[in-house]
Design a protein. Structure first.
Length: 239
């Protein structure tokens, strides 16, 4: 049977432990005793500059999976997507993220001849009629020192519905001698029903696994670059 999956992005910002330096990686604990390492292991957004952050596509992935016959979780991804994050570390709950995905950038592992075009076609994501998938965050609710639930509106296949993503803030810095801009990263997990978005082809009958699951699971790894490092050392003189 065939499958499908689609996805969305979102953003989180959370945490409370202050870094020792704005110019160092927040989770650098290589020389700390075990007791101090445990306390310093939670990353924080304190010290990051407020402003606009742009997705770094070279260090970001957008992966989805769906159950196939109950035998495996078929996994694939979109390769072209973008996101913008507005962040003020003083008010992380007010952060806003917008994201867009090109459904024509669907990548499948070892597809049979014609299979990619079929999944992009009318029975599935219909990339020609609906050339963009978008996400707009609405609320961010902190759930832990560096975790949050991010709610937002996903527009897929011409339908807009609310979804929720569980986010983990992985760390960041205000700048580095080798990188003059702020950087942060996060991981996200979520799920939604494709039938909610009008994509119901191949869903198993009740009590059966013969088909492709209605539920689509989403996995996101993302890095963003932000405002320039104000305390960056001067550039070396040109030779």
């Amino acid at each position: 049977m065939k499958w499908l999956g689609v996805v969305a992005m979102a953003a989180l910002i959370a945490g409370s432990c202050s870094p020792e330096s704005e110019n160092a990686l927040i989770t650098d604990t290589s020389a700390a005793p075990a007791s101090e390492t445990a306390a310093a292991a939670t990353p924080s957004i304190e010290g990051l500059p407020a402003g606009d952050y742009k997705l770094d596509p070279a260090h970001s992935t957008l992966i989805f999976s769906a159950s196939h016959l109950g035998f495996s979780n078929y996994t694939a991804q979109f390769t072209t997507f973008n996101a913008d994050l507005k962040l003020d570390p003083a008010s992380p709950g007010e952060a806003v993220l917008t994201a867009s995905v090109d459904p024509a950038s669907l990548w499948l592992p070892n597809p049979p001849a014609g299979f990619v075009d079929e999944i992009k076609g009318k029975d599935w994501i219909d990339a020609r009629q609906f050339p963009q998938i978008t996400f707009q965050s609405t609320t961010i609710a902190k759930t832990g020192e560096n975790t949050a639930n991010v709610a937002g509106n996903l527009t897929l296949h011409g339908v807009t519905k609310p979804i929720m993503l569980e986010m983990v803030f992985n760390g960041g810095y205000a700048g580095h001698q080798y990188e003059p801009n702020a950087r942060l990263g996060f991981s996200a997990r979520g799920a939604f029903k494709r039938s909610d978005f009008g994509i119901a082809y191949g869903i198993p009958s009740p009590g059966s696994n013969m088909g492709v699951s209605d539920e689509v699971k989403v996995t996101i790894e993302a890095e963003f670059t932000g405002p320039p490092w104000k305390d960056a050392p001067p550039a070396p003189p040109a030779n």
